[in-house]
Design a protein around this ligand. Sequence first.
Ligand SMILES: Cc1cc2nc3c(=O)[nH]c(=O)nc-3n(C[C@H](O)[C@H](O)[C@H](O)COP(=O)(O)OP(=O)(O)OC[C@H]3O[C@@H](n4cnc5c(N)ncnc54)[C@H](O)[C@@H]3O)c2cc1C
Length: 627
Amino acid sequence: MGAWFSVSDRSAIEENVFSTEGEDQLSDDSDVESTLYDVAIVGFGPTGNLLANLLARQGHKVCVVEQSTDIYDKPRAIALDNESQRVLQMCGFSEYLQGMTEPFAGVNFVGVDGGIIFSQDTEPKPYLLAWPTSVSFSQPELERHMYNKGIKRFTAPAPSDSEKTGSVKMFLGRRVLKLVEGSDTVKLEVEDVSDDPTFVFHDIISSSKLAAAGTPPKTMTTNCTSRRARTRIEAKFVVGADGGSKQSVVRRHLKIPYKSLNFDERWVVVDAKLKRQPSHPIPQRSHQYCFPERPTTFIIGPNGHLRWEIKVMRGESPEMFLDTTHGIDRICEILRVTWPDVEALELWRASCYRFHALVACRWTSHGGRIFLAGDAAHQTPPFLGQGLNSGLRDASHLAWRLSHVLRFLPKDSAFPATSRLLKSYEEERAPHVTRAVDIARSLGKIVGQTNYFLARIRDYVMRLSAWLFPPKPLKYPTIHSGCMYQGKPLAGDLFPQPWVLDQSGSTKKMDDCLPLQDRAVFVVVGTAPEHVGDWLSEESNAFLNSIDTQRIVVLPLQLNGNGSDIKGVAHPGVVTVAEVGNVLSGWMAKAGCKVALMRPDRCYCFGGANDAESLNSLVAELKLWYS
Ligand SMILES: Cc1cc2nc3c(=O)[nH]c(=O)nc-3n(C[C@H](O)[C@H](O)[C@H](O)COP(=O)(O)OP(=O)(O)OC[C@H]3O[C@@H](n4cnc5c(N)ncnc54)[C@H](O)[C@@H]3O)c2cc1C
């Protein structure tokens, strides 16, 4: 059958992972890169890719060190949430989202008796963030698009007269070996591994290697003994977006263990495409088959992509599924239970994953110049579809903080360890992602129940609760700590993105109307011109201008017409649009607010205000984050 199957061992904290031998010394014979980068990113998975895109757009000098020579081409993440879509919109990838993704229709949970025990719908229109809550997509396709249409724009040498143009230097086929954090910079030692086939596909071990080795290798190793070329790179900040488990050299360098949320199961993931119409109807929704004898997840991806996730039961081993002679029969037998016409499928790939629920105990180095992001900082069972989304959230929340610190913050001797903005990255992201991982873990336990008696009780409870409290679309938790005006209205809320009518009468998403669409800066969003104008004191205005804040007035529905009404109330330096619908005005009105500060990640609210005084105190609070 060829190598369509594989094993990926994403093990938990390994023994003796924090060996310190020689870690603080860089080799003397390395070539030295002359450029001092603003940020060096280790790892070019989706997290590193988005981070590089965002930072380059803010005008920073970025380098990416990735041990593989190409983007990993196998499907993994299949669900993209509305926050990720909004951040991708900011990077100019709306076209991809509109053309290459499909909204999810919801999910049915099927119980022991084969009947539906719970049905989860997705958010109906109008969408809070102007994007569907969740869409299906292909991870390699998205990563490639972000590289071709994003990063490549910044890989050409910047014109020398334009200091503001960001740049990205790609070190592909280079593996980071060591890091040394100094008071002003971090030095990285990287090794050329471009001739090493191990790094073509970074986390997949083919079945033939598996058979030859007898047992799956535990870590990526190379047999090459001759010393490879080494380069020394220096950057003001380093982000370890170098993947999960044993993989992250950055996490190991920082000696940061994971905290386990008690989930450790093996599941076989099968990806297939439709060869022809099956002899039975195709389910319109994804399904969680909560069968104690074989818990299985079925997900409908884009363009005929179908995915099954099959729990490996006690007494079974991954090899039983991936074995060249009988593995495929075993998988087909399992698929037939819910998809009788397996002959209509073209099996694309099967892979065994070890699903964990892990969150790094710390996300930042003590010196404050090295950060973890993405799978390096957390790993989740896939039941909430949040692994990659959480990584993209890390990237967008870290990108603007780094950018603002580099551009706007005074640097004293204790910088950056004392920077409140940078500290808030971990304060905000760690509890937020922990809640998400915990929800995914609970879902995994519900779906994966293998005890018949307990499974029947589960079915009864879920049916009863669905009858008593008709289920609402699942909402991702909001943030409760970090960069916001704690305790004030709207602080930490998802910031709605309404559809609006612009000056020319075109209907657009609000963020697309901002003058600097891709700038990660704060935005004052008011519902009348005075909210973003007269209400702001001179002092507030001066501070907001110093951090490049944008302003937009979104007039409520009754004022709008064909666009000409908007021109009448236009203010210099302020974009004025009219809301189509009441997603934003309803959100503000419910909290008694008239104006709110949107954070540079475009997804969260710093706080809302209902008069000049509360608005100026909001700005005064924001100023404290920059002192
Ligand atoms: C079966 C499955 C289903 C999933 N479904 C979903 C889903 O529906 N939704 C979702 O949001 N997520 C999902 N995920 C999770 C998602 O795929 C991952 O969370 C995501 O790929 C993590 O991205 P990352 O950039 O943080 O890490 P990675 O993608 O692991 O990238 C890390 C990169 O760092 C490189 N690297 C490592 N060490 C070094 C070094 N020393 N030097 C240089 N480079 C290095 C690696 O080569 C790699 O390219 C799923 C995962 C699996 C396995």
